[in-house]
Design a binder for this molecule. Structure first.
Ligand code: KIV
Length: 274
C-alpha cells in the first residue's frame, strides 16, 4: 500500500506556500472536491489544493455544462468542503454570471463565498476582459486564481471543448493574459487544454504558479476532476485524463451484492440486528 503523509504531519497550505513550491520546483497537486466526506479523505491524503469547481454542475448535478450552477449552490458545496479540511488550500469557482461584466457584483459574489463558506480563495475564468472584477476582488484582500485556455463557462462562444490556443493569435493572447494575471496580483493560474509547449512557455514567463489540466508536464502543478480520476464518470475520456481507479465498476459490484443480499434475505443476518 502507498504510504501517504496524513494532513496532521504536514503544515497548512497558503498561497505563499504555493509560490515557494514554484520557486523550489515542487509540484502542486490539486483535485476538485464538492462534499464533506471526499474533502476529508483528500485532506487526509495530503492534497495541496482542493478546488470546489463549478464542474459540480456536471458531476454532482448532472448538467451538460457548468453554466447552470448558482452562487448559492457553490457556497453549499464550499461550506461542506470547509467543514472537512484542516490543511489544504480551498479555492472556489465563481460561477457563470456572478462576476462577468459587473465588478461590484463580482466583489459581492466573492465576499459571499468567503464569508459564508470560509474558503481561502476564488477562481475566475478569463484574462484582461475581467480586469476590473479581478482588481476589485484583490483589493478586498481575496486571493484570486486565474483560469485561461479552455474556459468552460465560455462553451457557447467556443462551440466545442477542443484544445485551445493552437494558433499563433490565440497563443499570443493567452501569454499576454497570463502576464496580466501575474501583474494584477493573482496567486496562480489554471491552464486548461492547451499545447504542452505553450504551457511551458507561459510557466517560464510568469512569477506565479501555473496549474495544468490537459496542458502537459511543463507546469507547476496539475489538477483533475475527482470523479474523472476515480473512474466514477465513465463517459468522459479525454487523452489527458489518467484514471487512478475504476470506482464505477467497484460501486456497481457493491450495489449488486447489496441488492442480492436483500432479495435473498441474507442481509441482515443474526449479528446485524438488535
Ligand atoms: O470546475 C472545475 O473543475 C475546473 C477544473 C477543470 C480546473 O475549473
Amino acid at each position: 500500500m502507498t504510504k501517504f503523509r496524513t494532513s496532521r504531519e504536514l503544515s497548512k497550505i497558503t498561497t505563499h506556500v504555493l509560490q515557494e513550491m514554484k520557486q523550489k520546483g515542487d509540484k502542486i497537486a490539486m483535485l476538485t472536491g464538492y462534499d464533506y466526506s471526499s474533502a476529508s479523505i483528500l485532506d487526509e491524503a495530503g492534497i495541496d489544493v482542493i478546488l470546489v469547481g463549478d464542474s459540480a454542475s456536471n458531476v454532482m448535478a448532472g448538467h451538460v455544462t457548468t453554466l447552470p450552477i448558482t452562487l448559492d449552490q457553490m457556497i453549499y458545496h464550499a461550506s461542506s468542503v470547509m467543514r472537512a479540511v484542516k490543511r489544504a488550500l480551498v479555492v472556489v469557482d465563481l460561477p457563470f454570471g456572478s462576476y462577468q461584466g459587473n465588478s461590484k457584483e463580482a466583489l459581492h459574489s466573492a465576499i459571499r463565498i468567503m464569508k459564508e463558506s470560509g474558503a481561502n480563495a476564488v477562481k475566475m475564468e478569463g484574462g484582461r476582459e475581467i480586469a476590473e472584477s479581478i482588481d476589485r476582488i484583490l483589493s478586498a484582500g481575496i486571493p484570486v486564481l486565474g483560469h485561461l485556455g479552455l474556459t468552460p463557462q465560455s462553451i457557447n462562444k467556443f462551440g466545442t471543448y477542443v484544445v485551445r490556443a493552437r494558433d499563433e493569435e490565440e497563443a499570443q493572447k493567452l501569454k499576454e493574459d497570463a502576464k496580466f494575471l501575474d501583474e494584477a496580483g493573482c496567486f496562480g493560474v489554471v491552464l486548461e487544454k492547451i499545447p504542452a509547449k505553450l504551457a511551458g512557455e507561459v510557466t517560464d514567463s510568469i512569477n506565479i504558479p501555473t496549474i495544468g489540466i490537459g496542458a502537459g508536464p511543463h507546469v507547476d502543478g496539475q489538477v483533475l476532476v475527482l470523479h474523472d480520476m476515480l473512474g466514477i464518470n465513465q463517459e468522459f475520456s479525454p487523452r489527458f485524463l489518467r484514471r487512478y481507479h475504476n470506482l464505477h465498476d467497484e460501486m456497481i459490484k457493491a450495489f449488486v451484492s447489496y441488492i442480492d443480499d436483500v432479495k435473498s434475505k441474507d442481509f441482515p443476518n443474526s449479528k446485524e440486528q438488535y
